[in-house]
Ligand binder design. Structure first.
Ligand SMILES: Cc1cc2nc3c(=O)[nH]c(=O)nc-3n(C[C@H](O)[C@H](O)[C@H](O)COP(=O)(O)O)c2cc1C
Length: 339
């Protein structure tokens, strides 16, 4: 099944293997790709994966988690990103740009040395280990900060398609970044229309998704969801899978074509030794959605038998591969040979 083509918003994916977004920390100072970025994506393009999702691009300068991150905040920078979409399309893959705002999750405190940088968050709750060293707290977003962020996501999506030449975009709402911070009751303690109930915590994501869908009606649109704040098997705390099922349903109503499943505040499971560790979440979410939305699952999927079994058993429609793609893009050809 894994090597069967699948329809994705009126386009055809050659197979069901997705090159998961992998931040390369390779950008130029203005957030555009460097020679190193081009070399990395050239290797991914040659892999034969059906869909390649390019690492998170910050929608504005406040949305960076580290200095060498891609930006999608202007037409000038978007024009420079077209070298990446061109190289990906030459390999016959469909390609999407992931757009993100890091909010209070700072991977490298050097972002504070960048001109004009400010760190925003739903409620001033720090995320990650760097805040103790920094001796400060993230700012609480005002309503006008939120409105500007919605516009920045929509504008970034439009320019990554229309100017940078990507086939589609993925909105990053996982791994404890800004949209994940709004979704989680552990980091969102607001008492306005963007906090409190599950639906209010998801409101920012819905406004962004709706705005992007209305602006780009015919392109493949994806949201990467952190299915829960805890990993499968851990003690439940914070955002639960039940809440995420409701969010996924509403995203489907808003016209999203693909939902990617990963973790939220727990991250993407780098320390997990088990295989396909997010499969239980993906299966629950897929079973709650109609067939109009593809569900993609990434995390610890390292062999073709596991990947194909997930597809055959209806756990998901697409399988994502991250670190293996980074180490050895030749795995797609090997999987095909041994299939
Ligand atoms: C170096 C590195 C960079 C990553 N960058 C991103 C990113 O930009 N956006 C994202 O959603 N996930 C990112 N991830 C998470 C991966 O997409 C993936 O979920 C994770 O590696 C688990 O899948 P795997 O077991 O196949 O590696 C990154 C992971 C790694 C190791």
């Amino acid at each position: 099944m894994i090597f069967e083509p699948v329809e994705f918003k009126n386009k055809l994916l050659a197979n069901r293997i997705v090159s998961a977004p992998l931040a390369s920390s390779s950008s130029m100072e203005d957030g555009s790709p460097s020679e190193k970025s081009l070399e990395i994506y050239g290797r991914f393009a040659a892999s034969g994966a059906g869909l390649i999702i390019v690492e998170h691009h910050a929608v504005n300068i406040y949305g960076r988690t580290r200095p060498a991150q891609f930006l999608a905040d202007s037409d000038e920078v978007a024009k420079k990103h077209s070298v990446i979409s061109r190289v990906l399309k030459s390999g016959n893959a469909l390609c999407m740009a992931q757009i993100n705002h890091a909010g209070a999750k700072i991977a490298d405190p050097a972002v504070f040395e960048m001109e004009g940088y400010r760190s925003f968050s739903p409620s001033g709750v720090p995320v990650g280990d760097n805040w103790d060293k920094l001796g400060r707290s993230p700012e609480v977003m005002t309503r006008s900060d939120i409105r500007r962020t919605v516009d920045d996501f929509i504008n970034a999506a439009v320019r990554m398609v229309k100017t940078a030449g990507y086939d589609g975009v993925q909105i990053h709402a996982s791994h404890g970044y800004l949209l994940g911070q709004f979704l989680s009751p552990l980091t969102n303690r607001r008492d306005d229309e963007y906090g409190g109930s599950d639906a209010k915590r998801a409101r920012l994501l819905y406004e962004i998704t709706d705005g992007v869908r209305q602006s780009l009606k015919d392109i493949p649109l994806s949201v990467r969801l952190g299915a829960a704040d805890f990993l499968p098997g851990e003690k439940p705390l914070g955002l639960s899978t039940d809440e995420t099922v409701a969010v996924a349903r509403e995203l489907a109503n808003l016209g999203v074509d693909m939902i990617g499943i990963s973790g939220n505040l727990c991250g993407y499971g780098l320390d997990r030794k088990d295989s396909a560790y997010f499969a239980p979440y993906a299966e629950r979410i897929k079973s709650s959605l109609g067939s109009s939305v593809l569900v993609e699952c990434t995390g610890g999927i390292n062999d073709v038998r596991t990947a194909d079994k997930m597809l055959l058993e209806g756990v998901c429609d697409l399988v994502g591969v991250g670190r293996l793609m980074l180490r050895d893009p030749g795995f797609v050809a090997r999987w095909k040979e041994s299939y």
